[in-house]
Design a protein around this ligand. Structure first.
Ligand code: NAD
Length: 498
């Protein structure tokens, strides 16, 4: 008998009613770990109704009190960290240290919203006209929806709901069906922290659930993170139905290695950024751009490191890289490696034949390294989302910039160099949302904002930080005059300062 998950609506675990189930696998063994119900439209509508009913009282709760729930939530997450880390490792597959790191990055958003009263402060201008003052406030939107990907089952939902809820909104989360357990646990912990019923709800599902959430008249805003085709669909559909929307999509992040870079540091960084989390990160480096004469030394250094990468179950603390999320995804990534060979790239390390002793059914793929990849190849153009690093050789910084800037995606990028002029020029001219200088994965902290350019983000606002607060609130500007002052009489012309 496998464990069956529930939805979480109006403060309670609610069994699925649609009769449709999705089998969640343990990525290291390939066995079914749990089954998750796939919500139909009616079940989603009930979650939206619960969130709508909870909204007026929650919006009217002082921000300081809302923040106090998050202080408690932070404490509970810290207390249950091991349990959450284990859930991530079993269902996603990433190694425990990495899972813990992603939990911490999510927790930092919770810490950020503990300052909600400060974040929501408006501005005030006295005497904008004779005896007239003007002030601004930011007010919540209503029911907000989050739709999240498999690769960060705790961190990405936590980019969204803490900010939305601390701003006074209520929330419906539709997590990835591939690793849904941590979201439910987060809902239970929020409940334990004192969040009123209906403020945070979880419905599991696929396109049927998503379509209800995107089109329902009682939903005010939609945040999405996932692949570019779905991001584009979500953004267009939600916008067409009058919702505020932000949809973060896929990536192909380039790391430019200049000839003067510290080679050891660059290789260490590429190993972590290319193969950490089995390459299933939207900020993973999947292209190394070797500039000038560093290419041979770079590829040689990478080759031995990729060959000795320790691949194993995430629960084994000596593993450096775990399995991929599903057997289908493993097959898709391996087929990209086949294609790269057909396209004429040089396969320096081939991880396709890897087996992990004791885990015959696991979704493991060894690290793969391609050299002499060109911009015309599909392995360069498309997001592979696996442990496959492509090296492209170019002559100079201008050619490297042209390559990065011409790519469809523009999430993150990095340059490794000792030259301040090169680094500064790159940061200024590159077309990407997040740039690292000798930092391979420049994920902004919670008090800054996360988002990419080009087809890596649809919409105008990034996640968390002040951008997140702006996304989940509306600005209201109030101009006031009190009757005790001198009466101005009727004015028929446009009011101006007299
Ligand atoms: P995905 O697009 O397949 O799924 C994301 C969410 O959308 C899931 O909740 C899924 O159930 C739902 N979904 C899937 N297909 C749908 C459809 N046809 N209609 C409606 N909803 C649908 O993405 P994934 O495979 O879970 O995650 C990996 C992708 O996410 C990669 O492309 C990665 O780059 C991207 N990602 C981006 C960021 C970022 O910040 N830009 C962060 C993490 C992941």
């Amino acid at each position: 008998m496998t464990n069956k998950l529930t939805h979480f609506v109006n403060g309670k675990n609610v069994p699925g009613q649609s009769g449709r189930w999705f089998e969640v696998t343990n990525s290291a063994t390939g066995e079914v770990a749990t089954e998750v119900p796939m919500a139909n439209g009616e079940e989603c509508a009930r979650a939206i109704a619960a969130a709508r009913a909870a909204f007026p009282a929650w919006a009217a709760t002082p921000a300081l009190r809302r923040a106090r729930v998050f202080f408690k939530f932070k404490e509970l997450i810290e207390r249950h960290a091991d349990e959450l880390v284990d859930m991530i490792t079993v269902e996603h597959g990433k190694v425990r240290d990495d899972a813990r790191g992603s939990l911490t990055r999510g927790l930092e958003v919770v810490e950020f919203v503990c300052g909600a009263p400060h974040l929501l402060k408006g501005s005030f201008s006295g005497d904008v006209g004779r005896d007239i003052d003007c002030h601004t406030i930011r007010q919540p939107l209503g029911v907000c929806v989050g739709i999240t990907p498999f690769n960060f089952p705790v961190m990405v939902p936590m980019w969204m709901f803490p900010v939305a809820i601390a701003c006074g909104n209520t929330f419906v989360l539709k997590p990835s069906e591939k690793d849904p357990s941590p979201s439910l646990r987060l809902a239970e912990l929020l409940h334990e922290a004192g969040l009123p019923d209906g403020v945070f709800n979880v419905v599991h599902g696929d396109r049927e659930a998503v379509d209800t959430l995107l089109t329902h008249p009682d939903v005010a805003a939609v945040s999405f993170v996932g692949s570019t085709p779905v991001a584009e669909y979500v953004y267009e559909t939600a916008s067409r139905h009058g919702k505020r929307a932000q949809a973060l999509g896929g990536a192909k992040n380039h790391m430019v290695v200049m000839p003067d870079a510290d080679l050891g540091q660059a290789i260490d960084a590429l190993m972590g950024a290319g193969y950490g989390s089995a390459g299933e990160r939207c900020m993973a480096i999947s292209v190394a751009v070797a500039v000038g004469d560093i290419a041979d030394r770079l590829v040689e250094g990478l080759e031995s490191r990729v060959k000795s990468l320790k691949v194993g179950p995430g629960s084994d603390d000596s593993s450096e890289m775990g399995p991929l999320i599903t057997a289908e995804h493993r097959a898709k990534v391996a087929s990209y490696v086949d294609r790269g060979v057909e396209e004429g790239a040089a396969l320096v390390v081939d991880g396709r034949g890897l087996t992990v002793s004791g885990y015959p059914g696991g979704h493991f793929l060894g690290g793969c390294l391609f050299d002499r990849v060109t911009a015309e190849m599909r392995i360069y153009k498309e997001e592979i989302f696996g442990p496959v690093l492509c090296v492209v050789r170019v002559a100079d910084l201008d050619s490297a910039l042209e390559l990065v800037n011409n790519h469809e995606f523009g999430n993150g990028t990095a340059i490794f160099t000792r030259d301040g002029g090169w680094a500064r020029g790159f940061a200024s001219r590159v077309r990407a949302g997040m740039v690292g200088i000798n930092v391979a994965i420049p994920v902004p902290m919670a008090f800054h904002s996360f988002g990419g350019w080009k087809r890596s983000l649809f919409g105008d606002t990034y996640m968390h930080g002040t951008e997140g607060v702006h996304f989940y609130t509306r600005l209201k500007t109030i101009t006031s005059r009190w009757p005790t002052t001198v009466r101005a009489g009727s004015e028929y012309s446009m009011p101006t300062m007299k």
